[in-house]
Design a protein around this ligand. Structure first.
Ligand code: SAH
Ligand code: SF4
Length: 387
């Protein structure tokens, strides 16, 4: 059996230095090598012309820059582009490029599937297969950055992607060890040179890992809140049963000390008749007001057939947002992008071989009744249709 080649995309600059030393090279070579790979997008050692021929030959014998293989590559009418990448054993993950007037954001996946199992998320409905490696996480940026640079005709020192959000498939903080080196490569001036403010980790609320991220690599933080009280959040975002809202908000308060921004983004997926009443908006206000500086991002729910849930009407989303705004909370409503290519939030489903049976657990979920802000109008989380 042949030994597999080491994937240099797995290594941040300090790990690449250690690697170079291990193969008998001076560690400063690592910076050159790292720049070739990440800054210039070159994956073939032969093309790294200022590296000694002997080093190139040595590397070719033991290592490679392993790209992801593309299954599909679609561009939406609004310019949003979505790649579906094969990550082996029947699993695929998605990456979405979202151009706007003043920025271009790449939405990156961290896992094949997700074990958290949120009710409104199609990734969650698939169950969990496996964590992506650091190399597979950064390969999404490597691929997208260099493809978009070529498409837009940008030079080697210009960047196609200005922002990264870890909002694709998976819960990034449940793949912490692989995530952090990938974040470091995004921030590295010899890599993608993104500022901490322009790299966002979105989490369903893995409290201990929020504290670790604050220590290890504090980038911008977004929290998927989705409910103003524990009873409802327990049902929508099951990890809440382990780390309830109060603990989550305390972790956010601690995070702010190190955060590159002076607020935490709160994502809130608007589900018709479930979490979208003005009374629930007022509950949210009292939850965070005078406690935590936040920006609310209201996300109109993107339906998928198995969810049994509906998107709140625009009028309801507006009315909800107004309650937050009137209370002095900065609130934005997320525009749906890439709808025509199923690239919108929560529609990223790839194809995942569920190794945990989460899909079956989810579809036979016990009936759940959400705690209502007022007893008179109890929202009930509708059940997914029977299979
Ligand atoms: N696991 C992380 C990051 C990936 S999900 C997290 O949950 O934060 C990225 C965002 O998309 C989250 O805020 C998530 O709640 C939201 N989302 C998931 N499914 C959605 C859907 N069907 N419609 C709209 N937003 C959705
Ligand atoms: Fe996982 Fe995030 Fe989807 Fe929840 S919303 S199931 S945490 S990917």
């Amino acid at each position: 059996m042949t030994t597999p080649l080491d994937n240099l995309l797995d290594l941040d600059q300090s790990a690449l230095k250690a690697y170079c030393e291990r193969v008998g090279e001076k560690s400063f070579r690592a910076t050159q090598l790292f720049r070739w790979i990440h800054h210039r997008g070159v994956g073939n050692f032969d093309d790294m012309t200022d590296l000694a021929r002997s080093l190139r030959a040595k590397l070719a014998g033991v290592a490679e820059v392993r790209p992801l293989s593309t299954i599909t590559d679609k561009t939406s009418a609004d310019g949003t582009r979505k790649w579906l990448f094969d990550v082996g054993q029947g699993n695929a993950v998605e990456t979405v490029y979202i151009p706007e007037d003043d920025r271009a954001t790449l939405c990156i996946s961290s896992q094949a599937g997700c074990a958290v199992g949120c009710r409104f998320c199609s990734t969650g409905h698939q169950g969990f297969s496996r964590n992506l490696t650091t190399g597979e996480i950064i390969a999404q940026l490597w691929h997208a950055e260099h493809q978009m640079r070529a498409k837009l005709g940008l030079g080697a020192n210009e960047r196609a992607i200005s922002n990264v959000v870890m909002m694709g498939m998976g819960e990034p903080l449940q793949n912490y060890a692989q995530l952090v080196p990938a974040l470091r490569m995004m921030l590295d001036d010899h890599g993608y040179g993104l500022s901490r403010r322009r790299v966002t980790v979105s989490t369903s609320g893995v409290v201990p890992m929020i504290d670790r991220l604050r220590e290890d690599c504090p980038v911008a933080l977004a929290v998927s809140l989705h409910a103003p009280d524990d009873a409802l959040r327990d049902q929508l975002v099951p990890i809440n049963r382990k780390y309830p809202i109060d603990e989550l908000l305390s972790a956010c308060e601690r995070y702010l000390d190190a955060a590159p921004r002076d607020f935490i983004t709160m994502e809130y997926c608007m589900l018709d008749g479930v979490n979208d009443t003005p009374a629930q908006a007022r509950q949210l206000v009292s939850l965070v007001k005078n406690r935590l500086p936040v920006k609310f991002n209201l996300i109109p729910f993107n339906p998928f057939p198995e969810s049994g849930l509906k998107r709140s009407s625009n009028a309801r989303v507006q009315a909800f947002g107004e309650v937050l705004l009137e209370a002095g909370l900065v609130t934005t409503i997320r525009k749906t992008r890439g709808d025509d290519i199923d690239a919108a939030c929560g529609q990223l489903a790839g194809e995942v071989q569920d190794r945990t049976d989460a899909q079956r657990r989810m579809t036979r979920a016990i009936p759940i009744v959400a705690a209502a802000p007022s007893a008179a109008n109890k929202p009930v989380v509708p059940q997914p249709p029977k299979q």
